[in-house]
Design a protein around this ligand. Structure first.
Ligand SMILES: *Cc1c(COP(=O)(O)O)cnc(C)c1O
Length: 399
């Protein structure tokens, strides 16, 4: 079955749901079992890791349908749905770590994941070393006897560096470590982590899977070997997702294969157009041919999403505000992956340690939405014009 078809059929079984095309939204805590035997049978099925409906928190037809769809597309054994992307990161890490262990974490990881390492994990006595994204097989030199997790995210958050995941995974497995990946940027559609050596893949389903900026959701997908630890950790921590959010997740999922190509196309066109602007010093987008990560992106990925960054020429804050405050189509806000375009001033200097980021550099992260490209360009063009005017006015005042 090809990807577009999988996106439509995975996790659905109309015959089991009165013919309805979509899975039912089951609001449930208590599940009533008609007999003692039936209750024991349901519990035993759950213990055998079957998708048995025993109690609301441990899974419903709504959660199983969503989880099965994600697992099928991403290519893992099973998926656990949790209430946010960060919860998915937390489950994946805690499933494989205990006091005294060591984590190798990419320096360009999503900021809150770093806070988890430097906060909660540190408090538990788990040590983290940050490595540069381009490390490749040289990561072998950083492996310690107690390195239990090697964590990758490609491209990197905010600055979009690629990673040689097969090389890193090979070095990690050599020493018996588990490879966890944050695969949110590519979505399950454009990167297949389990064919590249990843053991556990995390999605902030909040982004492209939900796809409409209206729900928080995360998934942890694992190989058959890694699955029991992931499942037990999520269960022990008590994670479960409300059925309405799961429904929005599966609903967004069905159109992934038509939305993503458009985000990709608009993102590349916008990035290319921005690169030619005099105000833009650099563009960070692995699908652009001269990007340092392009060769790896081309080798390992099946497509690109709509998220990338630009570095702007030195711009005093009032001029930056003049540019950003009055945009019509680019919203200023966190998250991404919805149908709408976004632009946010980002500050990697807050996070980076292996390679510090100069706080004077102005990084704008852009999400290319599903609007017409010409409207997006015109909106940015007007923004650049306001910036220019504000800079001239600032200079005149200073003179
Ligand atoms: C947004 C994001 C997350 C966290 O997802 P939430 O649903 O906001 O908790 C994790 N990883 C990446 C790469 C993200 O962009």
């Amino acid at each position: 079955m090809r990807d577009e078809t999988k996106v439509v059929v995975a996790g659905r079984d109309p015959a089991k749901q009165y013919g309805a095309v979509n899975p039912p939204v089951v609001h449930a805590s208590t599940i009533i079992h008609p007999t003692l035997d039936a209750l024991d049978a349901a519990n035993a099925a759950r213990a055998r890791d079957e998708q048995a409906v025993v109690y609301g928190r441990s899974g419903t037809p709504t959660s199983f349908a969503f989880e099965n769809a994600v697992a099928a597309l991403e290519g893992g054994h099973r998926t656990y749905a949790v209430p946010s992307g960060l919860a998915a990161v937390t489950v994946a890490m805690l499933a494989f770590l205990k006091t005294g262990d060591h984590v190798l974490m990419v320096d360009t990881v999503y900021g809150p994941t770093r806070k988890l390492c430097d906060g909660f994990l540190k408090k538990m006595g788990i040590e983290t070393t940050y490595y540069l994204p381009e490390i490749g097989s040289d990561i072998a030199a950083l492996m310690k006897p107690n390195t239990k997790v090697v964590y990758v995210e490609a491209p990197g958050s905010l600055t979009f560096e690629m990673q040689d995941i097969p090389a890193i995974a090979a070095a990690a497995h050599e020493k018996g470590a588990t490879v966890i990946m944050d695969n949110t940027w590519a979505s399950p559609l454009y990167f297949r982590p389990f064919t590249k050596g990843v053991d556990v893949s995390v999605q902030a389903a909040t982004k492209y899977i939900v796809g409409h900026s209206d729900a928080m959701l995360g998934t942890v997908t694992a190989t058959k070997e890694a699955w029991p630890k992931v499942r037990d950790c999520a269960r022990e921590l008590g994670y479960g997702v409300g059925p309405d959010d799961l429904y929005l997740g599966q609903r967004g999922f069905r159109t992934l294969a038509v939305r993503l190509p458009q985000h990709w196309k608009t993102g590349v066109e916008l990035a290319t157009w921005l690169k030619a602007r005099p105000e833009v010093i650099g563009v960070m987008h692995p699908a652009l041919p001269d990007d340092p990560g392009h060769a790896i992106w081309k080798r390992d990925f099946l497509g690109a999403s709509g998220l990338f960054a630009i570095e702007l020429e030195a711009t005093p804050r009032p001029a930056l505000a003049a540019m950003l405050d009055n945009l019509h189509h680019f919203g200023m806000g966190f998250s991404w992956g919805g149908f709408e375009s976004l632009i946010v001033w980002q500050h990697p200097e807050v996070y980076r340690t292996a390679r510090p980021w100069d706080a004077k550099r102005i990084l704008l992260r852009i999400h290319a939405g599903l609007e017409n490209i010409e409207d997006l360009k015109a909106d940015l063009e007007a923004g650049f014009e306001r910036r220019k005017k504000a800079m001239a006015a600032g200079k005149a005042a200073a003179d």
